[in-house]
Design a protein around this ligand. Structure first.
Ligand SMILES: Nc1nc2c(ncn2[C@@H]2O[C@H](COP(=O)(O)OP(=O)(O)OP(=O)(O)O)[C@@H](O)[C@H]2O)c(=O)[nH]1
Ligand SMILES: [Mg+2]
Ligand SMILES: [Zn+2]
Length: 294
């Protein structure tokens, strides 16, 4: 039996995970059944029970920054671990969806992870759509999120994201087809080699994003590519949690007459006043009411 060594989980394929050693080699490793479900980004200890035996994951190190989804039984299910940032990607094709962006903003807010809003495929926008996107990003920026409009295809149009990503550990989320994997390809010119190494070491994995993958970035950061989702359910959350996830509403709420104001029918509501005078975007308020079911 060897001494346990540190590995990074780069993808979970069900029965086994792909784990990266400190020398940059990918291995297949089977977690002990007592361990919780491992996710991309997890730091683990693995050991080998003899030269010919496979690698076993024997313990999970403490997670710092976890993005979770709530499953049908109301239990949090981690999707990615050790992330400081959530990059919420959307695109005019298949369609901008501020409700989905807001759902991810709430999830990030409640998990204590910073979020940034990325609109990709700016090359597909006409002038009017371009203006609308910039207006929308301005709203997120005013609330305190980084917000960038990019295009992975055109020279020079990707750079705003490079600046925003530097040194961060982030997870890319968003609907299918918005260009998350294309962003990873721009960041990692050797992506095909890396995916090839995962397939070779585990006999699993492919180019389509059906599982979540962790990649190390040269800048000292890392990036996790996740499969697209249609929605990131917040229906398990109370209206109070949803309210807490809307930064600008939480800021304004300190001036509401009632401390438990839900900003719908209450008198002297600073949020409704903010919507009226334009300091709070109407569409953010509308999304809040939809998600809080108010
Ligand atoms: N026009 C245009 N097309 C893009 C851009 N970025 C990505 N695409 C295209 O959009 C399609 C989807 O890109 P992917 O990177 O696979 O999208 P994804 O978000 O990883 O999708 P899932 O893995 O299904 O979640 C591909 O055909 C890309 O070539 C862009 O900036 N402009
Ligand atoms: Mg993908
Ligand atoms: Zn109020």
């Amino acid at each position: 039996m060897t001494l346990p060594e540190h590995y990074r989980v780069i993808a979970n394929f069900g029965a086994a995970v792909a784990a990266l050693d400190s020398a940059g080699q990918v291995h297949q490793a089977v977690p002990l059944t007592k361990l919780p479900q491992l996710v991309a980004g997890d730091k683990v200890l693995c050991e080998k029970e003899g030269e010919t035996a496979g690698l076993r994951v024997v313990s999970l190190l403490e997670r710092d920054g976890v993005l979770s989804r709530i499953d049908r039984r109301g239990q949090p299910k981690p999707l990615a671990a050790n992330v400081s940032h959530l990059a919420i990607v959307s695109a005019s094709k298949p369609g901008l969806d501020t409700l989905l962006i807001d759902q991810f903003c709430i999830a990030a807010e409640l998990a204590g992870i910073d979020a940034m809003v990325v609109i990709n495929k700016s090359d597909l926008l006409d002038d009017e759509q371009h203006r609308q996107c910039v207006d929308m990003l301005d709203v997120y920026q005013a609330i305190g999120y980084s917000a960038v409009l990019i295009d992975t295809k055109t020279e020079g149009k990707f750079e705003p994201l490079l600046d925003a990503l530097s040194g961060k550990t982030l997870v890319l989320v968003g609907a299918s087809g918005v260009g998350k994997s294309s962003i990873v390809k721009r960041l990692l010119p050797d992506l095909d080699v890396r995916v090839g190494a995962i397939s070779e070491a585990t006999g699993l994995g492919s180019h389509t994003t059906s599982v979540t993958y962790w990649y190390e970035l040269g800048s000292g950061g890392s990036i996790i590519d996740s499969p697209g989702v249609r929605q990131f359910s917040v229906s398990h959350l109370s209206a109070h949690d949803v309210r807490r996830g809307y930064r600008e509403l939480a800021d304004a709420a300190v001036h509401c007459k009632f401390s438990d104001c839900l900003h719908v029918v209450e008198p002297d509501c600073a949020v409704k006043q903010g919507v009226k005078d334009g300091s709070i975007a109407q569409w953010r308020y509308d999304n809040y009411r939809k998600l809080a079911e108010l």
